[in-house]
Design a binder for this molecule. Structure first.
Ligand code: GUN
Length: 298
């Protein structure tokens, strides 16, 4: 029996996402009742990427599940950047579309920053356009990337105030690491960002009260990277085939080693993933409400 063993609380992302989704469903019904407007989300997928196809299908199902309209635009891998930009321009001008999401990664030859930067900031439910990145950085209201927003909502629900806590973010992607660091800074955490060029990430990670890991390297975080009692948010999701030939998902954290060490831990699957989708719905409703409020009364 290990006297230092901690009872780790697993953070049930599915349950949180279910509650948030129910609130969004009510919000969609209220908006439609009041204005006759049904929020519409356009999802754009370019080329064939099995993981992206699964994510896009799931986004469409959930969008329709809360009473929103979803428009899928599936384009061949041969699509040019100019063709994609032309589609985005049409969606920007389409009054039935309140949110636009271009699934990443994009095929080689298409610049992701150019494409995400072309989405109108008011419809940018991914929060990746320069205007929304700037607003997030300034702490102004805008649209915030779904995965870090989901992580933040989980952290707030679990811990209450985050003020004064030391947060270590591992990974500096535009989708997760960078916006996560900004959101935690906004909460008045002391934030350390580690990335591929950081020497001895473990020495920094083990000082964290909050450890957010988003690297896509399965099993990167071992027991000694975790400060006893820390809250660990595992954003990683890698599909692996077991020796028995079964397919399963693994996070960036060695789950079994984190159990008994972390105070709180998100499982993979069932942690951050469901919150990402719920936050996409939340951003789409927010975008629809703001766009509707800006329109002159008929
Ligand atoms: N690919 C993986 N995650 C995401 C996401 O949150 N948004 C987009 N657009 N693409 C992704």
């Amino acid at each position: 029996m290990d006297a230092n063993r901690i009872e780790t609380r697993l953070i049930d992302g599915k349950a949180y996402a279910r509650r948030l989704t129910a609130e969004i469903r009510d919000g969609v019904a209220r908006l439609s009742e009041r204005t006759g407007i049904v929020p519409g989300l356009a999802v754009v997928l370019v080329g064939s990427n099995p993981a992206s196809e699964v994510y896009v299908r799931s986004k469409i199902t959930h969008t329709e599940g809360v009473g929103m309209r979803s428009m899928a635009h599936v384009l061949p891998g041969s699509t040019t950047e100019a063709e994609l930009l032309a589609l985005i321009a049409r969606l920007n001008d389409d009054d039935t579309v309140h949110g636009i999401l271009v699934q990443l990664p994009l095929p080689r030859g298409i610049d992701a920053n150019t494409v995400t930067g072309a989405v109108h900031p008011a419809k940018d439910v991914d929060g990746l356009s320069p205007v929304n990145v700037g607003r997030t950085t300034l702490g102004l209201p805008g649209l915030v990337p779904c995965t870090p927003l989901g992580c933040l909502l989980l952290l707030r629900s679990e811990l209450g105030t985050l003020k004064g806590l030391h947060a270590v973010v591992v990974g500096k992607s535009n989708l997760v690491g960078r916006p996560m660091a900004q959101l935690l800074l906004q909460e008045e955490c002391t934030v350390t960002v580690c990335h591929v060029a950081t020497p001895d990430v473990g020495a920094l990670a083990c000082q964290a009260d909050i450890l957010v890991v988003a690297t896509g390297h399965k099993g990167l975080v071992r027991r000694d990277w975790i400060k006893p009692g820390a809250t660990v948010i595992d954003v990683g999701i890698t599909r692996v085939t077991t020796r028995e030939g079964r397919s399963r998902l693994m996070g960036d954290v060695v789950h079994e080693e984190a159990l008994g060490r972390a105070g709180r831990l998100t499982p993979v699957p069932g942690g951050v993933g469901p919150m990402t989708i719920a936050c996409l719905l939340r951003n789409t409703l927010t975008a629809a409400e703001r766009i509707t409020a800006m329109q002159p009364a008929a």
